[in-house]
Ligand binder design. Sequence first.
Ligand code: DGY
Length: 304
Amino acid sequence: MEAWDSEDAVPRDVLLQKVSEIDGLVEDGDRIDAELLNQAPRLRVISNFGVGVDNIDIGEATKRGIIVGNTPGVLTETTADLAFSLMLAASRRIVEGAEGVKSGRWRNWGPMNLLGVDVHGATLGIIGLGRIGSAVARRGRGFGMKLAYYSRERHMEIENEIGIKFMDLNPLLGECDFLSIHTRLTPETYHLISEKEFLRMKSNCILVNTSRGAVVDTNALYEALSQHKIAYAALDVTDPEPIPPDHPLLKLDNALITPHIGSASMATRIKMGSMVAENLFAGLNGEMPPNPVNPEALKKALPH
Ligand code: DGY
């Protein structure tokens, strides 16, 4: 067994060289494509440290009989907590306020100091009502928000349980005060929120993204924020990611960016780690992992 013992991503050339010798791979967002898989004749299982597998070319893995496992479910509530924290931080200017206290800019309470906007009573729009989207909606319900969502499919059970209404994307954009994105990144959702969509949004809208950066068109977002077409963006994911320190988005006062920490609680990361190990060992034994992404791959697997 060999481990990359650094918080920095494995350099591509190192990964390309190392995969030639391995049967199982644990990765956390590295690009796994045909080029890499071609270098990995022995590879039988990829265990992804996370639920989103947009970094992996699943079709190419399946063609080669390589099973992919991920970590659904265990990170739902933790990621929803972060999405909600971003909403609260953005609406109540928490980071700005805390920085003001630290730097000594804050001198006294004042009736017009750091006025934010209320979360209670506001309309929360959610894109993607899967596990995390519905966990965010439940939090919104608890905070007394009005709820609406857009998704490819209706989720009648959740609509009835939480009292959230379905809307098409365009009307939803025009109605919500907060928009929280919880859709997977696929060719269909790439740049789902771009120039046209920003024009439809209310100028007070606060955008929250904890899914994948590329669901939002970064250039269009920069324009929308700098021209105040929307009020604010609170993002845990960006495109590119990591966002370079000199990126124009980081110069804006109305953007708050955290470093992809959606699932980063100790308890959740421990659960994810166990799932990653279980998926890996099952795959190495030629068994179906507990959380397979492409179960059909095992039917294609050739004896090694
Ligand atoms: C996930 O689980 O998909 C997280 O975003 C980490 O990639």
